[in-house]
Design a protein around this ligand. Structure first.
Ligand SMILES: *Cc1c(COP(=O)(O)O)cnc(C)c1O
Length: 356
C-alpha cells in the first residue's frame, strides 16, 4: 500500500475510515443535527472564531469560487504567489468579475506593504489570500496582510487556509478575516470531498446584496441552515462522521501539541534537506510548516528519486506543481504523522539516495 506524503490528499487513519463507515442517517433529523453540532466547537477553536462552521460538499475550490460570487460587488484584488493563488485570479476572470492582482514570483511571499499600496489605488471591495501556498511551500504573513486589509473600510478579506488549517493557529475573529476556508483532505487528514468554511457577519451582509450568487454555494443559505445545525443540500454525511472523529482526535491531543508536532515533523524534513544540500524553495521566514517544497539541485535526478522511493518503499512524494513541476519536489507532514513515521520516510529517502 502506498504511503502518501504529497500535500493532499494525505494518509487517512484506519480509525477515521472506521468512523466513516457508520450506518447512514438522514440529514433532516435530530441525529444529523447532533452530528453537525458536535463538530462545531472543534472547528471554531481551530479557526479562532465564534462564527459557525459551514460544511460544503465540494472540494475547497467550490468555496473559493463561491467566495468570489458571494462577496465581490465591485472589484477583487487577488494576491498571487503560486498555483492556487494565481488560479483564484483566473477564476475571478472566468466569473466575469472586475479583478486585479498583485503577482510575485513563485517562491516569494506577498508583502503587506504591497497590498497597502495596491488598495490605496481604490475601487476594491474584496481581497483573496492563500495563507499557505501549497505549490511553493510559502506561508504568507496572514496577520500582517489582514491588518492592512482591515485598515480599508468596506474591503473584505477571504483567506484560503486549505493547507494550514489545524497545522498552525489561525485567529479569524482577532484578525478580522471575513471568510476562512479549508479542504478536509489536507491537514485534517480526511478523504477528499468536503470543505469547511466560516463567514463574518459583514461577509453575510455583503452576500445578501449580491444578485447572482446561485443556490448551491449561497452563503446566506448556509447561514440559514446552520442555525438549525444543517446544510442547504444533502451533505457528505460519511465525511462528517470522519470529521467528528478527527475533532475528537484533535481535542485529545490538544491544539498546542498538534501545532508543535507539525512544526517538529516539518523541521525533520528541513534537516534532511540541509544534510543533502537541498535548498528550500521558499524563503526563510515564510516557510510552510505543513509541507516542504525543495528546489531541485542542478545535478539531482529528481524523477528517478521519486520513482525509486515509491517502487522500493511505497512512499509517494510530489514532483512539483504547475510551472515548477520537475524543478521542485514537495513533502507533506500534515495530519497524523509522528516523529516515527517521518523518520521512516527519511530513512527510505536516504536509502534511495544510497546513504546510511
Ligand atoms: C489543495 C489546495 C486547494 C485546492 O483544493 P481542492 O480541494 O482541490 O479544491 C486550494 N488551495 C490550497 C492552498 C490548496 O493546498
Amino acid at each position: 500500500m502506498s504511503k502518501l506524503y504529497i500535500p493532499g490528499p494525505i494518509n487517512v487513519s484506519p480509525e477515521t475510515f472506521a468512523a466513516m463507515s457508520q450506518p447512514m442517517i438522514g440529514h433532516r433529523g435530530a441525529e444529523f443535527e447532533a452530528l453537525y453540532a458536535s463538530v462545531q466547537p472543534g472547528l471554531q477553536e481551530l479557526a479562532g472564531t465564534r462564527r459557525p462552521a459551514y460544511l460544503s460538499t465540494s472540494s475547497a475550490w467550490g468555496v473559493m469560487e463561491a467566495a468570489l460570487r458571494n462577496l465581490c460587488g465591485k472589484k477583487v484584488l487577488t494576491l498571487c504567489c503560486g498555483a492556487f493563488s494565481d488560479k483564484w485570479f483566473d477564476v475571478a476572470n472566468k466569473l466575469g468579475l472586475a479583478a486585479d492582482k498583485i503577482q510575485v514570483e513563485w517562491g516569494q511571499a506577498i508583502a503587506p506593504d504591497a497590498v497597502r499600496a495596491k488598495l490605496e489605488e481604490g475601487g476594491f471591495d474584496l481581497v483573496t489570500l492563500v495563507h499557505n501556498e501549497t505549490s511553493t511551500g510559502v506561508m504568507n504573513d496572514l496577520a500582517g496582510i489582514a491588518q492592512v486589509v482591515k485598515s480599508f473600510p468596506g474591503v473584505l478579506l477571504v483567506v484560503d487556509s486549505v493547507s494550514s488549517f489545524s497545522a498552525v493557529p489561525i485567529a479569524m475573529d482577532e484578525l478580522g478575516i471575513d471568510v476562512l476556508l479549508a479542504g478536509v483532505q489536507k491537514a485534517l487528514a480526511l478523504p477528499p470531498g468536503m470543505a469547511v468554511f466560516f463567514c463574518s457577519e459583514a461577509a453575510l451582509e455583503r452576500a445578501k446584496a449580491q444578485p447572482n450568487r446561485g443556490y448551491y454555494f449561497d452563503f446566506v443559505e448556509f447561514a440559514k441552515n446552520a442555525e438549525k445545525n444543517n446544510t442547504p443540500s444533502t451533505p457528505a454525511i460519511s465525511l462528517i462522521f470522519g470529521l467528528q472523529h478527527m475533532m475528537a482526535t484533535v481535542a485529545a491531543e490538544g491544539l498546542a501539541n498538534r501545532y508543535a508536532r507539525h512544526a517538529a515533523n516539518n523541521a525533520m524534513i528541513h534537516a534532511w534537506g540541509k544534510r543533502h544540500g537541498v535548498a528550500n524553495f521558499a524563503p526563510e521566514g515564510n516557510q510552510s510548516v505543513s509541507l516542504t517544497c525543495f528546489a531541485k539541485p542542478a545535478d539531482f535526478d529528481q524523477a528517478g528519486f521519486i520513482k525509486n522511493l515509491k517502487a522500493r518503499h511505497g512512499y509517494v512524494i510530489n514532483g512539483g506543481y504547475g510551472k515548477i513541476k520537475g524543478l521542485t519536489f514537495r513533502i507533506s507532514n500534515m495530519g497524523n504523522e509522528t516523529a516515527a513515521t517521518m523518520q521512516a520516510l527519511i530513512d527510505a529517502m536516504d536509502d534511495v539516495l544510497g546513504v546510511k
